[in-house]
Design a protein around this ligand. Structure first.
Ligand code: NAP
Length: 223
């Protein structure tokens, strides 16, 4: 398949691209900078230049593909205080990508998360987020819109990632916890430490995205 991947240069995307290429797929990656474009070319992908706000670029690239994996997210503005703006931009991008795929029966896989789904217990694929207007539920509503595309001839699926995707080279949350423990000489726990925190290795996450784009039935939620 010729698969359009947004966020192909990111932490998870840079594992998804070789996973797809090694399985015999062609990858077309969205790149917003020269550095990201160079990384994608080096990984063996074709490049489409643009941002998640370039909705025509997204529509055209999706229409020219056999399937789409959407991983791009404006973490830069989300983590500097505007999660809502990032989530709203994401919804516009998802709508543009989805529109291009309506009636094609092609796969459309997006990344979402389990965070906040079922506080106090283990969440399952059957859980849906309660809409309360919070930024996390804006993302959950976007994911639901993708699942609803299954009724419009899109083989849509949503990969709900653990809040932590770890792996070699990680400089995210896990690495921060490890660094804090090293610096302080102790690991801190909330309460008695019985709280659960799901985690996935980024290579396993990449594998799941490949399986999803290849064969997840329309409307699948995958934890
Ligand atoms: N990592 C986790 O633990 C985790 C957990 C739950 C959910 N998720 C979700 O999984 C997805 C992938 O996460 P990740 O960890 O791989 O994120 P990441 O490392 O921050 O990568 C984000 C990707 O999006 C691209 N991007 C950011 N802003 C963009 C814009 N305005 N236009 C076009 N591209 C843009 C980045 O491009 P550049 O390379 O050019 O910056 C990069 O390729 C996201 O939706 C994320 O929220 C991740």
């Amino acid at each position: 398949m010729r698969i359009f991947v947004t966020g192909a240069s990111g932490w998870i995307g840079s594992a998804v691209v070789p996973e797809l290429i090694d399985a015999g797929h062609q990858v077309v990656g969205l790149a917003r900078s020269d550095a990201s474009a160079a990384a994608l070319t080096a990984a063996g992908a074709e490049v489409v230049r643009g941002t998640v706000d370039d909705l025509d670029v997204l529509r055209d690239a999706a229409a020219a593909s056999d399937g789409v994996i959407h991983l791009a997210f404006k973490h830069d503005i989300a983590f500097s205080g505007d999660f809502q703006g990032a989530a709203e931009a994401d919804r516009r991008a998802v709508d543009a990508l989805g529109t291009a795929l309506v009636g094609t029966d092609r796969p459309f896989v997006i990344a979402s998360g389990v965070a906040g789904l079922a506080p106090g217990r283990v969440s399952t694929e059957q859980d849906t987020a309660t809409a309360n207007g919070s930024p996390i539920t804006i993302r959950a509503a976007t994911a639901q819109a993708v699942l609803d595309l299954a009724r419009q001839g899109v083989r849509s699926s949503v990969v709900r990632l653990s809040a932590t995707c770890h792996g070699d080279g990680d400089n995210g949350f896990m690495a921060t916890l490890v660094a804090t423990a090293r610096a302080k000489g102790v690991s801190g726990y909330v309460g008695d430490g019985a709280n659960r925190w799901p985690a996935v290795h980024r290579l396993d996450a990449a594998h799941l995205f490949r399986l999803a784009v290849e064969k997840a039935p329309a409307g699948s939620v995958l934890h």
